[in-house]
Write a protein that binds this ligand. Structure first.
Ligand code: AMP
Length: 111
């Protein structure tokens, strides 16, 4: 399958892996938008957030995001979890993922 995240999961492409389990892989974003920018990716190839049927998986993704926020030292200062879905939101990789961002002041509303 020609999916960049599947290639990362299968170790065909190198990435900076900071957490891995049977179901998830968490890597540093190659083009960070904040001092801490980590992607939380399910290993199963699912393209869109609304296609995930496994509620437990969604919960695990949020839980690991919070654990990583703590490890990265952004839990107390603040962090943002972003899930871009489809064109208007700017989804560029068709394999669902959460962005964990922190380490700087973020604006609201987002651009
Ligand atoms: P999105 O635009 O929400 O679909 O997010 C895709 C993210 O994947 C972007 O922030 C990219 O910088 C990131 N990305 C693309 N290729 C790689 C890669 N090989 N390693 C790490 N992050 C990547």
């Amino acid at each position: 399958m020609n999916c960049i995240f599947c290639k990362i999961i299968n170790k065909e492409i190198k990435s900076d892996i900071i957490y891995e389990s049977e179901e998830l892989i968490c890597i540093r974003d190659i083009n960070p938008q904040a001092p801490v920018h980590i992607l939380i990716i399910p290993k199963k190839h699912i393209e869109k957030l609304y296609e995930i049927e496994d509620e437990l998986l969604l919960g695990k993704m949020l839980k690991i995001a919070c654990e990583i926020a703590k490890k990265e030292g952004i839990k107390e200062t603040g962090f943002r979890i972003v899930i871009n879905t489809n064109k208007n939101a700017g989804q560029s990789v068709e394999h669902v993922h959460f962005h964990l961002l922190g380490g700087r002041l973020m604006l609201w509303p987002p651009g």
